[in-house]
Design a protein around this ligand. Structure first.
Ligand SMILES: Nc1nc2c(ncn2[C@@H]2O[C@H](COP(=O)(O)OP(=O)(O)OP(=O)(O)O)[C@@H](O)[C@H]2O)c(=O)[nH]1
Ligand SMILES: [Mg+2]
Length: 455
């Protein structure tokens, strides 16, 4: 008997080898308890499987939209517009959480300016702060250090380990809105003596309440941002602050007010980088299809994030593809790649993908306001897109030129014929977005009904 066991062990069946030795006379109670525990775990797994099956069935019967496009194309901003247009109560419930994101965006801009100035000092060899600019700015930088501390604390709270990004980042499931909402509500309502005391401590950098520190630092921030020498350094180093996502420095008076509440437009302009894939569920609160359930899948758009999109391609009804016509910008993750060229490449992949053959594609040429201001500033398209040649440097002509390119790929590469639908959008303009989304609601519902017939 002993030999047989030994020879079995030599065959080394992995689970047998790993299993703990059976002890004769082991406590019967222990055995019964571990059996009950196994049963409980097995029951829990069955219940979870049933729950996820139910969730999948429910999702199949709901309106589904997948937002695609490169990073910074405006996917998450369009998602917010969907909430505002169709689920305003839901949108309202998150307003205060956005306040902290906007504060973080503002602090991010200040940090960027300070970094640029530091670099300027480091490379100019001007070790001693001789000019009044240097002296003032060094003092201001010191005064602003509590803000930098707050930024780190809040960023780590919602997304630990993502400190290398320029933007505020959130990981799926981080529940940042609930965390920030609770924080903002406490700070907003705390007018008690304790609250006041805490606010005054904040001035010493001992707390993490951005509202009071921003209010106390407002004048310094204004001096920094309005200083002509600072502007000159930024210009010389090619830093166009107004074009960075989540730019709020021109709104400092409003945002640094202790009673500041973000407007709808502020929320659309706020920048939170999406990491991974986020599924958002909401119920339509008004209109003909009130009560309908909607799932919107929002994805991180940078190149490293794109492989994660594929599992979400199955059964997709509608894709809203965002392609900003920012012809003079490069990808953040690869400064050698033009943003528009990347969007076209991505569009080609989406059009030709067989899993998406039955999906309705709606193309948004987003950031039309940015296109208009870039052209108004005299930036020539042909400098970045030589094939544009001598065509007029005007919004209508530029849009038509690129629209034709997107249309051609769509026609040539779609595995099955489908209509080419596009819109020129500005996701920060809530009025026009609201009207547009109401308009395309029917297209989205048609895609939903079509899929209903198939399943
Ligand atoms: N001026 C302008 N800014 C826009 C527009 N659409 C989006 N933005 C801003 O651009 C920034 C990036 O937008 P997001 O919606 O975060 O971009 P995203 O596609 O979700 O980016 P990832 O999450 O990185 O994939 C945000 O600060 C937005 O407010 C637009 O039409 N015009
Ligand atoms: Mg996003």
């Amino acid at each position: 008997m002993h030999d047989i066991i030994a020879s079995k062990a030599q065959v080394s069946i992995p689970w047998e080898a790993a299993a703990p030795p059976f002890r004769h006379g082991a406590d019967d109670d222990n055995l019964a308890r571990s059996f009950e525990e196994s049963l409980r775990i097995s029951k829990e797994i069955d219940e979870q499987l049933l729950e996820s099956k139910k969730a999948m069935e429910k999702k199949k019967k709901s309106v589904q939209i997948l937002l695609l496009g490169q990073s910074e194309s405006g996917k998450s901003s369009v998602l917010r517009n969907f909430h505002l247009a169709f689920a305003p109560k839901h949108f309202e419930s998150e307003r205060l959480a956005w306040k902290i994101i906007i504060q973080l965006n503002l602090i991010g801009s200040i940090k960027l300016i300070l970094d640029v100035l530091q670099h300027e000092w480091d490379t100019s060899g001007d070790a001693e702060p001789k000019s009044p600019l240097n002296r003032d700015l060094r003092r201001i930088r010191l005064g602003l250090s509590p803000l930098l501390f707050i930024e780190q604390t809040l960023a780590q709270l919602i997304s630990p380990g993502t400190h290398n990004h320029r933007d505020v980042c959130v990981r799926p499931g981080s529940n940042w809105k609930a965390i920030f909402k609770a924080r903002a509500e406490v700070n907003f309502e705390d007018t008690s003596e304790n609250g006041k005391r805490r606010r005054s401590q904040n001035h010493l950098g001992k707390d993490t309440d951005a509202t009071s520190v921003l209010a106390a630092s407002k004048d310094d921030i204004l001096v920094l941002w309005n200083d002509p020498d600072v502007r000159a350094v930024l210009k010389r180093r090619g830093v166009r602050m107004e074009e960075t996502p989540g730019f709020f420095l021109n709104d400092i008076d409003r945002i640094a007010d202790p009673n500041y509440v973000p407007s709808d437009a502020d929320i659309m302009r706020a920048r939170v980088r999406t990491l991974g894939v986020e599924e958002h569920y909401f119920v339509i609160e008004k209109g003909l299809d009130v009560g309908s359930e909607v799932y919107i899948t929002d994805v991180g758009g940078s190149r490293s994030q794109r492989p994660r999109w594929i599992p979400y391609f199955e059964d997709v009804q509608t894709i809203v593809f965002l392609a900003p016509l920012t012809f003079n910008q490069a990808l953040e993750e690869d400064p050698d790649v033009n943003r528009l060229e990347d969007s076209l490449m991505l569009w080609r992949e989406i059009c030709r993908n067989k899993l998406l053959a039955g999906a309705t594609l709606i193309l948004f040429f987003n950031k039309k306001d940015v296109l208009a201001s870039t052209l108004a500033a005299g930036v020539k398209v042909k400098k970045y897109v030589p094939s544009y040649g001598e065509l007029p440097n005007e919004v209508a002509s530029v849009t038509k030129y690129f629209c034709d390119k997107f249309r051609t790929y769509h026609r040539k590469l779609s595995p099955l014929p489908r209509p080419f639908m596009f819109h020129e959008t500005s996701a920060i303009d809530t009025n026009s977005m609201g009207a547009l989304l109401l308009g395309i609601r029917e297209t989205i519902l048609r895609a939903y009904l079509q899929q209903g017939e198939m399943i």
